[in-house]
Design a protein around this ligand. Structure first.
Ligand code: FES
Length: 122
C-alpha cells in the first residue's frame, strides 16, 4: 500500500471511496491490524475489524444509519467513534483517523500503531 505524509502524519492508501458500498464495509489490513472501512455519503470511516463482544469480523456485517452491525449477534457501533450502541456490545472498538484525498481513502498509520500499542499493554 502506498503512503503519503500530510499534516504531520503518515497516511496509508487503502481503496477508492466509491469502492466502499454504503451498506457493506470493506476489510483492509494496516500494520497487521484488520480494519473495517465504512462509507456514509461521501465520508469514510475506519474501525478495528474485530468485534468487542466476541470474535467476529465487523467487515462481514453491514452499515445502516451510521452504525456498523456485527454479523454474529447484531450488536452495533458508531462508525464515527467506535462507541458501542446496541447490545450485546458494550465496549467500543478503536476508531482510526481517516482522510479522503483525490477520492482515495487514507488511514492514519500513527492512529493504528497507537491503538495497537495501547491494546497490547492492556
Ligand atoms: S461477536 Fe459481535 S455482537 Fe457478538
Amino acid at each position: 500500500m502506498s503512503e503519503i505524509v500530510l499534516h504531520g502524519d503518515v497516511w496509508v492508501a487503502t481503496v477508492p471511496i466509491l469502492d466502499i458500498d454504503p451498506d457493506y464495509p470493506v476489510r483492509v489490513e494496516i500494520e497487521g491490524e484488520p480494519i473495517a472501512l465504512c462509507r456514509v455519503g461521501d465520508e469514510a470511516f475506519a474501525l478495528n475489524d474485530i468485534c468487542s463482544h466476541a470474535y467476529a469480523h465487523l467487515s462481514d456485517g453491514f452499515v445502516e444509519e451510521g452504525q456498523l452491525y456485527c454479523p454474529l449477534h447484531q450488536g452495533s457501533f458508531c462508525v464515527r467513534t467506535g462507541k458501542a450502541i446496541a447490545a450485546p456490545c458494550y465496549d467500543p472498538v478503536e476508531a482510526y483517523k481517516v482522510l479522503v484525498k483525490d477520492r482515495m481513502v487514507y488511514v492514519s498509520k500513527s492512529s493504528v500503531v497507537e491503538q495497537k500499542g495501547r491494546r497490547l499493554k492492556d
